[in-house]
Write a protein of this length. Structure first.
Length: 277
C-alpha cells in the first residue's frame, strides 16, 4: 500500500522542522554532522533521531557550562535566601533584596552596595546574587577585598597587572566582600579605583562593607582617590543598609545553650552505681 503524499502545508512544516534542526546543529558547531547533512537526512527517520541527539547535546553542554561557571565564580557554600531569618535584623529592606535577586539591576550596569555590621547577611546576599547570575547564564566572580587587593598589589610587571585587572573586570557580575575590615595603602586604593573605573557603566559590581561611605577614609587613609572611588560606586548604585546584632553570635549562643542542655540531660540520666557491701 503506497503512502499518502504530503500536502503543501505539511511539506512546509517538515521543511521548517529540518531547517530548525540544521540551525541547532550550526549553533552547536557540529561541523562533522553538517558536512554530511544531506546524506543523514536522506533517511526518513533521521530527523527524529537527530532531534533527540541535538537535545542531548544541548542539555549536556548547558550542564557543563553551568558547572564551569559555578566553579569559576568561587562562591563556595552558602545559605539560600529562603533560609534567611528576616525577623532578626532591626532594619532591612526585604523588598529591595528580593528585587535585587531578579538581577534587573544588571541590565543597566547598576552597582549594589550592602552596608551593615558583622553577621547580618551581607555575604549571604552577595553569594545568592552571584549564584542567581550564574543560573541566568551570566558569569560571576566572588572575592574578598583582601584577596583582590593583595593579588593585584603583589604584581610588579605592568603587563601582568593589566592582564590581572582584565581578569577581574571581565565577569558580568563582580562581588567584592568585606570592604572595611582591613586598612589598605594608597596603592591598594589606586588599584581598586582602576578596577571600578574599568567596570563603571559597563558591568555591575556588588560590594559588601561594614563602613558607611563617609568612613572609607579610615579604610584607605591618605588615599587621594577615595572620593572619586566612592563617587564611581555610588553614581548608579542600589544601597541596602542592614542594622542589628550579629546572627552568627546568636547561632553560637543557641548552640552553646543546646549543648549545655544536652550535657545536663545526660548527667541526670546516669544512675549512681551500687556501693559494695
Amino acid at each position: 500500500m503506497s503512502e499518502t503524499p504530503l500536502n503543501p502545508a505539511e511539506l512546509r512544516v517538515q521543511a521548517t522542522g529540518l531547517q530548525g534542526l540544521r540551525e541547532q546543529a550550526v549553533g552547536l558547531r557540529l561541523h562533522g554532522l553538517l558536512a554530511h547533512w544531506s546524506e543523514v537526512m536522506a533517511d526518513a527517520d533521521a530527523a527524529q533521531r537527530i532531534a533527540q541527539w541535538l537535545r542531548w547535546e544541548a542539555d549536556e553542554r548547558s550542564r557543563r557550562s553551568l558547572e564551569r561557571r559555578l566553579r569559576e565564580a568561587h562562591i563556595g557554600q552558602f545559605k539560600p535566601v529562603a533560609d534567611f531569618d528576616w525577623s532578626w535584623p532591626k532594619q532591612i529592606d526585604r523588598a529591595a533584596i528580593e528585587e535585587l535577586m531578579t538581577l534587573q539591576f544588571m541590565t543597566d550596569a547598576t552597582n549594589v552596595v550592602l552596608v551593615g555590621g558583622n553577621g547580618l547577611g551581607k555575604t549571604l546576599f552577595a553569594c545568592n546574587l552571584g549564584y542567581q547570575a550564574v543560573l541566568a547564564g551570566r558569569t560571576a566572580l566572588f572575592v574578598t577585598a583582601g584577596q583582590l587587593l593583595g593579588d593585584l598589589a603583589a604584581l610588579d610587571s605592568d603587563s601582568t597587572l593589566r592582564r590581572r585587572l582584565r581578569h577581574y573586570a571581565a565577569p558580568d557580575l563582580l562581588l567584592i566582600d568585606e570592604v572595611g575590615y582591613l586598612s589598605y595603602s594608597n596603592r591598594h586604593a589606586d588599584l581598586l579605583f582602576e578596577l571600578v573605573s574599568r567596570r563603571y557603566q559597563h558591568k555591575s559590581t556588588v560590594v559588601t562593607t561594614n563602613k558607611a561611605f563617609a568612613d572609607w577614609g579610615e579604610v584607605f587613609p591618605n588615599a587621594a582617590c577615595v572620593v572619586s572611588l566612592v563617587d564611581r560606586l555610588m553614581h548608579r548604585a542600589e544601597v541596602v543598609r542592614i542594622d542589628g546584632q550579629s546572627y552568627r553570635a546568636k547561632e553560637a549562643q543557641e548552640r552553646l545553650a543546646a549543648r549545655a542542655k544536652q550535657r545536663s540531660a545526660q548527667q541526670r540520666s546516669i544512675k549512681p552505681g551500687r556501693s559494695k557491701p
